[in-house]
Design a protein around this ligand. Sequence first.
Ligand code: MRU
Length: 343
Amino acid sequence: MSVQPIEWLGNKVRILDQTKLPQKEVYIETADYSVLASAIRKLQVRGAPAIGVAGAYGIALGALAIEAESKEEFLKKFQRVSRAIAGTRPTARNLFYAVERMDKVAQGGKNVAEIKAKLVKEAIKINKLEAEATVKMSKFGATLIKDGFTILTHCNAGPLATTGYGTALGVIIRAAEQGKKVKVYADETRPLLQGARLTVWELQKEGIPVTLITDNMAGYFLSQGKIDCVIVGADRIAANGDTANKIGTYSVAVLAKENGVPFYVAAPTTTIDPSLKTGKEIPIEQRKSEEVTHLRGVCIVPDCEVANPAFDVTPHKYISALITERGIIRKPLGVGINKIIGR
Ligand code: MRU
């Protein structure tokens, strides 16, 4: 893909600062894992799969910088690095998937030099797996898209949010590449405008027609019969198919069902958390109030109480199908998930 949100440059990492898009394309290069941890927290790198890859690279950077005489000493210091990365954002399952894989590699290595080399390899592998998953998923998902479809999406689930094609946008991009004439309505996605800033930017780069709407217009367009299907990404999917995604997704899903419009979730299996029975157990990140009260540094509201949950959970009954790199999971989603992840 033309957009690379995160790249491993040997002993350092380069990320595209997504908070500056679309006005400026600014890159951050760092060999310091705490800079990467802070970039994840600040959403300079964001989107569940990209957070996972950034986490893995962050752990690799942290490990490379550790000075230790023995494996035991190394593991003690490594735990601090791994915990710091795991503590950046709580909702995206991909982050914990990456942390768990990196922890396992660290435990399994023989000596400090070998562990460091293996951790770098593992982080690169996680990136490759996430990128490949988006390619496969986009092919399965594109079978659901007919020529002439108008698709509604929420937040940003494109190349910027993954290290490949994207999840929801990957499906749309693939359908367009197959010659299907598709159009997209993009919810702006308050409060941080990932839809307006990032999805519109990405779709324009791909030459796919896109109309920007505010979040509260979604019901209007769904009720007008203007939307053929909704596709969104996911941050964590529970064993029964309940799905956490950017705040506002739940409202769109309910409105889609009310209007008889299929609602699809596209996500790699690394987003599925089979340890959680239902979406009620998914931890929801609460972010600072300034993201709601301020626009580009300017306060736009009187002094007041503010709530800012970053995600909501869409119960599985509103989801028509899950699109993964291993195939499309139809209802009942819980049964399909079980089968596809081989439990
Ligand atoms: O807070 P963000 O911008 O990281 O939230 C991102 C989303 O909610 C995406 O829709 C989700 O991660 C799917 S990305 C492929």
